[in-house]
Every structure is written in C-alpha cells, then in structure tokens.
Design a binder for this molecule. Sequence first.
Ligand code: IVH
Length: 698
Amino acid sequence: MSSARDRVQALREAIERHNIAYYALDAPLIGDADYDRLFAELQALEAEHPELRSVDSPTQRVGAAPLPEFAARAHATPMLSLNNAFADDEVAAFDRRVREGLASDGAGEVNYSAEPKFDGLAVSLRYQDGRLLQGATRGDGTTGEDVTANLRTLRSIPLRLQGSDWPAVLDVRGEVLMLRSDFAQMNEQQREKGEKAFVNPRNAAAGSLRQLDPRITATRPLRFFAYGVGVPAGTAGAGLPATHSELLDRLAAWGFPVARERRRVLGLAGLLAYYAEIGRLRATLPYDIDGVVYKVDDLAAQARLGFVSRAPRFALAHKFAAEEAVTELLEISIQVGRTGALTPVARLKPVFVGGVTVINATLHNEDEIRRKDVRIGDTVVVRRAGDVIPEVVRVLPEKRPAAARRFSMPQSCPVCGSRVVRSEEEKSEKDENDEKDEREVQGVAAVARCTGGLYCPAQRKQALLHFASRRAMDIEGLGDKLVEQLVDNAIVRTPADLYQLGVAALANLERLAEKSAGNLLAAIEKSKQTTLARFIYALGIRNVGEATARELARHFGALERLLAADETQLLQVPEVGPIVAQCIRQFCSEPHNQTVIEQLRAAGVSWSESDAAAVSAGALAGKVFVLTGALPSLTRDAAGQRIMAAGGKVTGSVSKKTDFVVAGAEAGSKLEKAQRLGVSVIDEGQLLALLQAAPENP
Ligand code: IVH
C-alpha cells in the first residue's frame, strides 16, 4: 500500500516535471509515447486506490463537471491596466516622467524590464503553500470570474510550484493564449467536424477559457505565460527578488512559462531598440502580440512611482501600428445606427488583416468619402487594430478602373423611408438628450440622419427606452430586456403601440409573470396623464433635452403651437439656437413622426394645457441656479428637479447671469467663481426655504 502511495507521488512529480520541460522550457525530456505511458500508469493506480486521488493530480486536468455559472472573485490586489504609447516621443515622455519621479535618488538612466505584450486574456492564479488554489479572469480589474476548474486543465499551469522559495500566499499574473500553430490546427479540426471556426487566436482563447464545461476547455490547446505577481497585503511577500527581471526568472524556476524574448534594457535608447527588435521578430513569434511592455526593473522604485488612477506610472505598453492590407471595394452600403445616424460602410473583397478576415470597413461619413475620394470599384488600403472597427484608410488611385463609380448619400432612410437630413454637429450644441456613445461623432462633422425618430425600426429600441424613461413618460418596469423582447417579437413598433398593449400580447413574453404584466399595463396607463414638458422631452428630438423641453412647453403652452412653429418662432425660445431649432423643425415636419404623435394623443396621452403657465408662475420663475458639491439630504438631481418644477432653471456653469449657487460639501471651483463674481451662495436649507411656495411635482 505504501509503495502504491510512493509510486503515485513519484509519477505525479515526474509528469509535472515533464509538463514544465515541455511547456515552460520548450525542451521535452521524453517522447510523447513515454509521457503517455507514465500518465496511463498513474491513472490505473488512482483507479485502483481511490483514497489516493487528489485535485492536484495531473490526471485531473481532463476537466471536472460543468458549472451552472462562474462565481465572482475579488482580486486581493487589483489587476491594473497599462497606459499605451504608439510613437517614440510618447515613450520618451514616459522615460522622462520615470526619471523625474525617481530624481530624489539621483537616478540617471533607468533599467527597465522589456517584454512582449501578449494578445490573450489576463488571469490571476492564487497559490497557497505552493499549491494552485484558485484562478480568475481579470474582469473589471477588481473582480473577475472564477475559472479555476478550467485553468486546472492547462498543462502549462503548475498545480504545484517547483522549489520552495515562494511566499506562502502568491497571486501569479499572466496571460492565457493560444499559439498560432495550435490555433491553425484546432480550426482545421473544427472545420472537418463541420463546426464553426474561430476568427483569431485571441477569440479562440477567450471562448475556450469561458466554457462552463471544463471538459471542453481541456480539449482546447490553451497556454499560460506569467508576467508578474500580486502579493496580497498582510501576507508575507518576503523573499521575493528586488527586480522585475529576477522575478520573471524566479517565476520560470517555479515552473511557469515566461516570455523568452524578455530583456533587461537601459534607458530610452534600450527601450526603442527593444521595440524595433521585437517588431522585426513579431511575425516569427509562436504567439500573437500587439506591442511590448516596459516596466521599471527595480521593484522598490516601482512602489515609489505608484499609480495614476488604474494604471501604473512605472509601466508602459508600446503598441505596434495597426496592420494594413490592400483589397477591393465592391460596394458602399448604408447602416442606420440606433440614433438615426447613417454610416456608409465599405463592402470589401474578403481580406485577412490584423488577425481576422475583414469584409466590411467603415467609411465614417460622406465628407470622409469625398476627402479620400473613395469610389466603388477602387482598390483600397484597410486598417484594423485590436478590437476596433476596420476602416478604409486610402485608395490606390493608380489602380482605379474606368468603371469606378462615385457614391452619394441616399435622400431617404434605407430602413424606414423617412427623409434624411445632413447636419453639422458640434459639441457645444449637445445637451442631456444627446447620445453619449455615438463614436462616429467627434468634434464637428457633417452627419446624415434619418428624421423618422419615432418610427424608424433602426431607432426603435432606443426611442422606446427614452420615451419610457423616468424623466420622460416615466413608465416603471419598461426596461432594456422588455423593450428588446417587445420589439424583437414585433409586438411594439412605436411608442404609440405601448398604449394598445393588453395582457394577451404580454402573456407570451419570457420572464414576465402575470403580476408584472399587470403592473406594466398599470404603469403605462398611469403615464397617460403627463405634462407637456415631459411629453416633448419623451419624443426624443435630437438636441432637445429636459431643460429645452421645459422652455418649449413654457413658451408655446400647447403642443399644436410647437408643431406649427417655424424656425423664427423657435429661435425666440430661451435655450434654442439655430441647430436646435432646425432639429425640432426636421422632427416635426416628418409625417411618420406626426402620425405617431396623433396616435399617442388618440390613445389618451394628455396634460393640462395650463401646466406650462403654472410653472412659469412658480416661486422660482426665471431664476438661474447652479448646483455644486454634495448636498446633505437631496441628491443634486432631485434638487434640480425641484428647482425646475418651481419654474427655475439649472445650468452647469457659473456666470454673471447666475442668480444662486447652491453649494454643498466639498464644493470647488464653482463656489470660488460665484464668490469672485458676487453671485449669491446658498445652502440646501436656504434652497428648501425658497422652494417652499412651489409645488412638489412638475
Ligand atoms: S503587466 C502593472 N505585462 O496587458 C501592469 N501586462 O493593459 C500589469 N499584458 O490585460 C500588466 N502582456 O493581460 C503586463 N508582459 C505583460 C503583458 C501584459 C500582456 C496585458 C495584460 C492586461 C493588459 C494591461
């Protein structure tokens, strides 16, 4: 019996040693057949002696039973991100900051550890007393997902550390990835089995690691490379080396694969030479990288330099330029975004670039197409970096065929047929109803937009969510998931359809119990009684936020007057400039929108026409407020609501026109400015006193 135990122990150690020789040292000591024999012998002994089984036996790397979901795991020390640089002068600036930061110790040229930047997924492995205990993904850097069962299947991750000079508690940080050769082979097999191939090694690694069934992960050729450690506070990290490059050597000695291409380099010149060298080697490396990483080598110096927000001052990612490729532009089609922006998209002859096959690339907008003189049929250069959308960089005019055609934007929306308008969009005109996540609009650009805001299927979900939101029609319970289902099942097309909903239509929806269906219908019913200001805001007219909607309601008093107003009349309203006026005209003159508004009113949506007048007679009519700092009992949002309900106006910055600055705790520059300009500064108590005469709700 004791001999079986000894043999099991010896086999486990031998197999782990062979794993390390193969995966970490790239120098196998025995052939596959001999390895398989040792493995089979261990399996047989464990089957015969169940009492000897252990989770950290190499035989357990085949994967445990599937999980229902991944549990969340907080990282004992956060997993940080890195600041990026592309150009040499950004690297020079980094090196300068590092030297300045360390100047007190008379530092001259700084020693750096330079490494490839692996293009995989970051994970953290917890070792306790040298045994693998837990593994988690990076997640948001603070909390990740527990993927221990999956990580145990990677033979490049030691289940037990070699040697004995490790801290009792240690988090090993590194990257899970797929080697290019393994990826190619796996995809080949996927295709043979008639299954979907993965686009690139990174996606394949991510998909494989996040399998709920570890037995699937076990069949995928994932690798781990270590690049650092976290030593949880309060545990004895003593005994770790003094420099990062020695730490990497130590990780290798403990049995982890570490990048062979790591180097210790001196100063800016050393960094740039390393970047050039790895750039040349890039195509021949066994794995994908997207740059190199520089870290101040001395760990005590790292600690002194510290962090700015989520990234260390002592490290920098120096990225490689995006990859480019040449292909043919077959057609230009139009995509309508959630907010009605029309984006021209190049349909390309498929081309492999930046690790994926690209068939579409963005052309941004019509001006860009003109500027680059892109024509259908052209040979074009496309670029793709990381996860960003591929773009057409330029055309090769010498390859232009005689039949190449110019492109022009359609006059009507390809999705709903509403009119398309072109608008110069600038940041200054944006207010609270503006899209935050519309990346195509940066600075000033001529954007083509569909005007069928309430009607266009491309904008449906967005329009409904906005319509139902708390400050608009305030339909409680109508959130993301429900809107998604209502639209996808063609139950609701426009906001007016909401008021035709019945229990029967809702009955078939997933996850909507009878009771919540009832609650939703009640909330919809309740929303019918609203205010003109809310209704105008709910329409989701571009550039018409809550404050503008109030001004419009106050000025026109009745919806019909707003709908009929021309630009000159609109310009008389405070808050309304030429761009806002134009947006309102465009919206109100689109027949599709008019129809939806009529349907809403016919369904019983109403307000008392005297609202607007009541508001302007409110206690704070015409007074301009700025809120700053934390108020003791009200949120700034709630305070703003009440000021507006009483007819006051809330703006974001202090000027001579400001009547009151309401200052709470830790008020900063706005308070100073108010004092400088002699604007009245009041506290929450004084604000509440001012509000007393005013009604609670708008
Ligand atoms: S060090 C304190 N080293 O890059 C700095 N990160 O933006 C912590 N990455 O998702 C990171 N190769 O997974 C470091 N040699 C390397 C790296 C590396 C790839 C990834 C890392 C993280 C991202 C940080």
